[in-house]
Design a protein around this ligand. Structure first.
Ligand SMILES: Cc1ncc(COP(=O)(O)O)c(C=O)c1O
Length: 451
């Protein structure tokens, strides 16, 4: 058995293609729909997105070439290490072997730049000067600010208010890379003004911030919108993670039994898990497990229905597990997991039982983060701690059964800018939010009437 702590790949071993799961789905992806219920056409999305990204959104090609310039940008931090959590294993007294893919080594501190550099690149090639976006925890905003700076573009970020207040350093990070960062809801857009009129103290949500950033792009010709998760092309760009993991496990003489990632919009989990989907469909006994917060239990409690991606209904309707587009989750500290829906590709695979999901509350997740920090030494983002907790629970099951499983999870980001959340945890101020069945029934009663 391999004795290494980390398995590293050389730059020449970095994957040169993205893996597109679309042709391998068991059920073809239901089309995205306009508000009148007719399928969206690529030209409908042109005012918002780069044309090349729209092509990737609907592509049925299994492998898509990563442009040379994007590969060069990715090599600033990729390939990322696959680490073995030996001290955590020891503390858990488990026969399981736990590995984690360290996406926190990117300049912005998470997996998000895997897609931001690609999205900025395609927009730049099409003559766009400015990118607009929303951000939850601030990870995607900083990833896009970083990519925009590298490609000489401007960047405007609408940051969910609760996170804006909790994480001032994320805003400063975006500004360091030259981006403008606003607390959403703002007074600068019609969607923001409408929310503030109804509730001046709105904590904001990803749905609201998306409405603002999309409106910015629609109203300005030189601005295009970018999304940090959910969409097919974002999941596509993240598959570089799982492809590297497969090579690294092979070097370690391992094959994964359980692959875990936390789920906000679904992109980091898609990134690590999708490259394993064909193995699972071919009959390999492998568990692909997405982890969400109990405060926002999209995959575990939501119905699989058509819904809008944002509160102002500016995005197309997508078939996904959803808690309703006007659902504003409790202000949990894993801001990046507060999204009412999830990636349609991921939802299709959950619906077809290729992928499983579980929900954990933030207090238990912080406890897992503490155990991780005190064994492995690394301080995870609150989002990532949900994946860590799932890995711990699976390792504990192995302790009961004596099975020596190989567990791999995505360490999606570090928590260096989340220490105020750790402070709230130390002071016992965190709540174990659960989303009640009554609230769920109310919010899904407003879903579009399309099955
Ligand atoms: C560190 C980290 N992990 C995970 C997520 C969840 O996003 P996604 O599900 O798209 O990977 C976020 C989102 O902001 C994040 O910042």
């Amino acid at each position: 058995m391999d004795e290494r702590y980390k398995i590293l790949l050389s730059e020449s071993e970095m994957p040169q293609k993205w893996y597109n799961v679309q042709p391998d789905l068991l059920t073809p992806l239901p089309p995205s729909l306009k508000e009148d219920g007719t399928p969206i056409k690529p030209e409908d999305l042109e005012p918002i997105f780069s044309m090349e990204l729209i092509k990737q959104e609907v592509s049925q090609e299994r492998w898509i070439e990563i442009p040379d310039e994007v590969q060069d940008l990715l090599k600033i931090w990729r390939p990322t290490p696959l680490r073995r959590a030996r001290r955590l294993e020891k503390a858990l007294k488990t026969p399981a072997r736990i590995y984690f893919k360290d996406e926190s080594v990117s300049p912005a501190g998470s997996h998000k730049p895997n897609s931001s550099v690609a999205q900025a690149y395609y927009n730049k090639m099409e003559g766009i000067t400015t990118l607009s976006t929303e951000t939850g925890a601030g990870q995607w905003g900083s990833a896009l600010a970083f990519a925009s700076k590298l490609l000489g573009m401007k960047c405007r970020v609408y940051m969910v208010r609760v996170s804006y207040d909790q994480k001032p350093y994320r805003k400063l990070m975006m500004e360091t890379w030259g981006a403008d960062c606003y607390s959403s809801p703002t007074n600068m857009t019609e969607s923001g003004r409408a929310v503030l009129k109804a509730n001046p103290d709105s904590p904001g949500s990803l749905g609201i911030a998306i409405s603002e950033a999309v409106e910015d792009a629609v109203k300005h010709d030189d601005v295009k919108y970018t999304l940090g998760s959910v969409l097919n092309h974002v999941c596509l760009h993240q598959t570089i993670i799982g492809q590297e993991v497969k090579k690294q496990l092979e070097i370690a003489g391992e094959t994964a039994d359980i692959v875990i990632g936390c789920v906000g919009g679904g992109s980091n989990f898609a990134g690590i898990a999708f490259p394993f989907v064909t193995d699972k469909i071919a009959g390999k006994d492998i568990k692909l497990l997405g982890v969400e917060p109990t405060a926002c239990p999209t995959l575990t409690k939501g119905p699989y229905r058509y819904d809008f991606g944002d509160i102002a209904k500016l995005t197309p309707m997508m078939k996904m597990y959803t808690l309703g587009h006007d659902f504003v989750p409790a202000g949990i500290h894993a801001g990046g997991l507060r999204y009412h829906g999830a990636a349609p590709l991921l939802c299709s695979l959950v619906h077809d039982k290729v992928i499983e999901a579980v929900a954990y509350n933030q207090v238990d997740s912080f406890e897992a983060a503490m155990l991780f920090a005190n064994t492995e030494g690394m301080i995870p983002a609150p989002e990532t701690s949900h994946a860590i907790l799932a890995a711990i629970r699976e390792a504990e099951k192995c302790r009961e059964t004596g099975e020596a499983k190989c567990i791999v999870f995505n360490y999606s980001g570090h928590g260096f800018f989340d220490l105020a959340s750790y402070q709230a945890f130390f002071e016992g101020k965190l709540e174990k939010f659960e989303y009640s069945d009554e609230d769920l029934a109310r919010s899904i009663s407003k879903l579009p009437d399309i099955e």
